[in-house]
Design a protein around this ligand. Structure first.
Ligand code: SF4
Length: 322
C-alpha cells in the first residue's frame, strides 16, 4: 500500500528532529540523555581475508587501513588513541559523552584477551558510556559471545556487522568470503545468546548488478532481522584497492549521486521506522585516498542532495512499510 493510499502523512516525524529518517543521534540522546559520539579506535591489524584464510582475498573495496578513520595513530596504545580521537570528535561535534568504536579490520579476529582488555580500558574513561565492535558475520565464538553478553550487563554493548549485501553473487564479487545466510545466522545467534547486545549492520549500495527491486527486498529483509540500526555506504573506489584496478581497466564505474539518492530513498521508504540510520552515504576516511566518484568527496553537498531528493518526492523512512 502506498503512503498516499494509506493516508499516512509524508512529513518528517517530529521526534526525528525534522529529518526524513530515524537518526541514530536521537537514539543515543534518548538513551544517554546527552549528545553521544563514536570514537574510532583500532586494536586489530588484519582479518581473515587479508590473511588469505581458506583461500579468501582482501575485499574488493577495502583500503590498506581496514577502513580505519585515523590510520596515522593505529600504532598508538589504546588509551592514547581514545584520548586523541575523543578530543577530535568532541571539538567537532560538541559532544560530552562517547562510545568507543573498535572499527578497523576485523576486531573479533584479534585475540579475545586483547578485545577484553580493550573493552576494560574503554569503559575506564568516565565519559565513555559504552563500546561498539565492528566485525564480520563469520568471526563469532562462544567465548566472544560470552564477553559481549557480560559486557552488555554493565554497559552499552553494540556490535556492527559488515553485511554489505544480502545477495550472494554480489558478496562473491566483492570477495567477502561469507554468504548472506551466514550474516542472517550470525545476527540471530547474537540476539539469542547475548540478547542485551545492540545489533546493527552495514550495507553498501552501488553494485554493478544491483536493481531497485533488490534494494526494496533488502529493506524488507532488514525489517525481519533483530537489528536496531543500519549504516549505508555508497560503493566508492579508494587507492590501493582491488576495485581501483577494475576501475582503471574500465570494468567498474560507481553509480551517480542521483541514482544513489534514488536507491537510498527506495530503501528508506520500505525500512521499519524503528530502525535507526547512522548516515546516508559513506565517506573516504582520507580525501587523498578517494579515486571515484567525485561526488562523495563533498560530504555536506552529497548529504544535502540526498535530502533534497527525498524532500522533493515526499519520501521518509517507513512510508511504504506503514
Ligand atoms: S573490509 Fe574488513 S574483512 Fe574485508 S578485507 Fe577489509 S578489513 Fe578485511
Amino acid at each position: 500500500m502506498s503512503s498516499e493510499s494509506s493516508g499516512f502523512p509524508r512529513s518528517p516525524r517530529p521526534e526525528w528532529g525534522g529529518k526524513p529518517y530515524h537518526p541514530i543521534s536521537r537514539v543515543y540522546r534518548e538513551r544517554f540523555g546527552a549528545k553521544v559520539i563514536k570514537v574510532p579506535v583500532s586494536i586489530a591489524d588484519t582479518c581473515p581475508n587479508r590473511m588469505g584464510l581458506k583461500g579468501m582475498k582482501t575485499c574488493i573495496f577495502c583500503d590498506e587501513w581496514g577502513s580505519f578513520a585515523y590510520p596515522e595513530s593505529r600504532e598508538d596504545d589504546l588509551r592514547e588513541q581514545i584520548r586523541k580521537h575523543r578530543s577530535k570528535v568532541a571539538a567537532r561535534f560538541n559532544a560530552g559523552k562517547f562510545l568507543v568504536y573498535f572499527q578497523a579490520y576485523t576486531t573479533t579476529f584479534t585475540a579475545l584477551g586483547k578485545l577484553r582488555d580493550g573493552i576494560e580500558t574503554a569503559l575506564s574513561f568516565d565519559d565513555v558510556v559504552g563500546v561498539v565492535v565492528g566485525t564480520r558475520p563469520d568471526c563469532l565464538s562462544p567465548a566472544l559471545l560470552e564477553l559481549w553478553r557480560s559486557t552488555s550487563e554493565r554497559a552499552f554493548m553494540a556490535v556492527e556487522f559488515g553485511v554489505q549485501s544480502f545477495d550472494d553473487g554480489q558478496l562473491e564479487w566483492m570477495r567477502r568470503g561469507h554468504t548472506a545466510g551466514q550474516s542472517i545466522k550470525a545476527l540471530e545467534r547474537v540476539a539469542k545468546e547475548a540478547p542485551g547486545v545492540d545489533l546493527g549492520i552495514h550495507l553498501i549500495f552501488g553494485w554493478p548488478t544491483e536493481t531497485d527491486k533488490q534494494v526494496v527486498e533488502t529493506a524488507k529483509l532488514c525489517n525481519t532481522l533483530p537489528i536496531t540500526n543500519v549504516k549505508l555506504h555508497n560503493l566508492h573506489v579508494l587507492v590501493k584497492t582491488p576495485l581501483e584496478e577494475l576501475h582503471a581497466r574500465g570494468e567498474f564505474e560507481p553509480i551517480s549521486l542521483e541514482l544513489y539518492a534514488h536507491r537510498v530513498g527506495l530503501f528508506l521508504s520500505h525500512l521499519r521506522p524503528a530502525i535507526a540510520v547512522h548516515r546516508l552515504a559513506a565517506l573516504s576516511s582520507r580525501w587523498d585516498e578517494l579515486v571515484a566518484p567525485q561526488w562523495t568527496r563533498h560530504k555536506m553537498k552529497s548529504h544535502q542532495a540526498i535530502l533534497d531528493h527525498l524532500a522533493a518526492r515526499g519520501i521518509r523512512q517507513g512510508i511504504e512499510f506503514e
